[in-house]
Design a protein around this ligand. Structure first.
Ligand SMILES: [Zn+2]
Length: 229
């Protein structure tokens, strides 16, 4: 029992990923207060929402939605930081599950054949130990009762830190570094491509460009968070 409890702590540390308070044993990654105050966007029921406008003309999407608004230094910012830099994969699973539950009940985004994470380069994967989008995809797929596919879309080359690049250079940098190992598996399907945060959309654009070469594929896009503007 102790062993089991220690294992669960690895995935679900006993503090809230949003505000840091101690969690009760039955709580997963978020406290009741953070859970009840998640700044949901409701985008999945809004055609022409902010994310769709960001991607318009760049990605040939069926629909797109970001689950939460992310003000700088707010709780959602903290959750994403926990997911990416503190090995807290439990918050990814929990947010993914909450998002998937809303998507399944939505008018526009209730069904997909596969949920795919935006891949992380092997070098960064080795440093971090996991792709932060994998637990999100796991939660989304579980809530929606659909399949996830974490090893088909892959990233080929290491790209230098993008933070100081212009939007054009960022796009050039990621343009040709993704590829599909088994494109035929995705023929005639509707896929949901998932990232943790979408800021400029350049990574999603590059992934979608590769996916769009698959015969008769439909692509939708989702992210857990979108920065406040
Ligand atoms: Zn909290």
């Amino acid at each position: 029992m102790l062993y089991l409890s220690a294992c669960l702590d690895l995935f679900f540390p006993h503090y809230c990923a949003g505000c840091g308070v101690s969690l009760r044993h039955f709580q997963k990654a978020l406290c009741v207060s953070c859970l009840s105050q998640l700044p949901r966007t409701g985008m999945h029921d809004q055609p022409d929402n902010r994310l769709e406008r960001l991607l318009w003309g760049r990605v040939s999407y069926a629909s797109a939605s970001a689950f939460l608004r992310m003000p700088k230094n707010g709780e959602v910012h903290h959750m994403i930081h926990e997911l990416k830099y503190k090995s807290n994969q439990g918050i990814g699973v929990e947010l993914g599950y909450l998002f998937g539950t809303e998507l399944k009940a939505s008018q526009r985004m209730s069904h997909f054949d596969y949920v795919l994470p935006v891949p992380l380069h092997p070098k960064r994967l080795k440093e971090r130990g996991y792709n932060q989008c994998d637990p999100i995809v796991q939660g989304v797929a579980e809530a929606m009762g659909t399949y996830c596919q974490v090893d088909n879309l892959v990233r080929k080359a290491y790209n230098a830190s993008q933070t100081r690049m212009s939007r054009y250079n960022r796009w050039r940098n990621v343009e040709s570094i993704f590829h599909l190992r088994q494109p035929q598996v995705l023929e005639d399907t509707h896929v949901l491509l998932v990232d943790d945060v979408i800021t400029t959309g350049s990574t999603i654009e590059a992934c979608a460009k590769v996916l769009s070469e698959v015969r008769n594929i439909k692509i939708s896009v989702a992210s857990i968070a979108i920065p406040n503007v």
